[in-house]
Write a protein that binds this ligand. Structure first.
Ligand SMILES: O=C(O)c1cc(C(=O)O)c2c(n1)C(=O)C(=O)c1cc(C(=O)O)[nH]c1-2
Length: 230
């Protein structure tokens, strides 16, 4: 594949930013300070279902990937989310975020607030990683190319509009500001190296499209449940 082919492929992947969930009305309202405490709680409890499933998704990629050098790097994602000891890792940090919003650990962990649309979308993401070619599963993680801007905006918005949230609770987002660029730089390298044919590249682009739909559907379902007052 020529450099130009790779550039075109990468540009097409990056072009998916137009479909990223930073443009979803629920995120817009969140960042403008328009959400109530209860709505933020609903968002955090539902998003916890996404967070807790990420290691399952990444373990599926490890299970399907035949390349040692890729697995060696990919395993870091599971470590980041699970931590290596009690009280560490991204899942723990998300629980602390939930607590800062006024939720208990128990009500996040027992999934009582998880609405059907969120469960469907997140489960579809994990199933995708289990059943599709491993390169497509890697490509589907590339929404993280677009995440750091949203994360920075969210941090500023939370501090400005929701001063009642303990700053310590926002540690999850601060960690992602460095983890996400590192992770997606690796994922992008893997995808450009292992998706060479037109079919493979089309598969990667479709996978990223699918993932944009997953994230959008999660917010649609959360927004709907807030409107219903659930
Ligand atoms: O809050 C967000 O908007 C957001 C988005 C995404 C994403 O774009 O998939 C991830 C995360 N957060 C995140 O925290 C995270 O750990 C993460 C892992 C992945 C992935 O697909 O492997 N996406 C995301």
């Amino acid at each position: 594949m020529t450099t130009t082919d790779t550039e075109g492929f990468v540009a097409a992947l990056r072009g998916h930013s137009r479909r990223y969930h930073d443009r979803h009305p629920f995120h817009r309202r969140m960042n403008e300070g328009g959400l109530s405490r209860q709505q933020l709680q609903g968002w955090a409890a539902n998003r916890f279902y996404y967070q807790k499933n990420l290691p399952h998704k990444d373990a599926a990629i490890l299970a399907n990937c035949p390349h040692r050098e890729v697995r060696r790097r990919w395993i870091q994602r599971i470590i980041d989310h699970d931590g290596t000891a009690e009280g560490e890792g991204g899942i723990e940090a998300w629980l602390r975020l939930g607590e800062a919003l006024g939720l208990t650990r128990e009500e996040m962990e027992d999934e009582r607030h998880v609405v059907p649309g969120v469960r469907f979308a997140v489960d579809a993401y994990v199933t995708f990683a289990r059943t599709r070619p491993w390169t497509e599963a890697v490509a589907s993680s590339l929404t993280e190319l677009f995440a750091p801007d949203l994360m920075a905006e969210r941090l500023a918005a939370f501090e400005r509009h929701y001063p009642w949230i303990d700053r310590q609770g926002l540690a999850y987002f601060r960690a992602r500001l460095t983890q996400a660029p590192r992770d997606c730089e690796h994922a992008l390298r893997v995808v450009t190296e292992y998706c060479r044919s037109a079919d493979e590249q089309a598969g990667a682009l479709a996978a990223l499209s699918f993932k944009c739909d997953v994230l959008w559907s999660v917010l649609d379902a959360i927004e709907r449940s807030c409107a219903d007052g659930r």
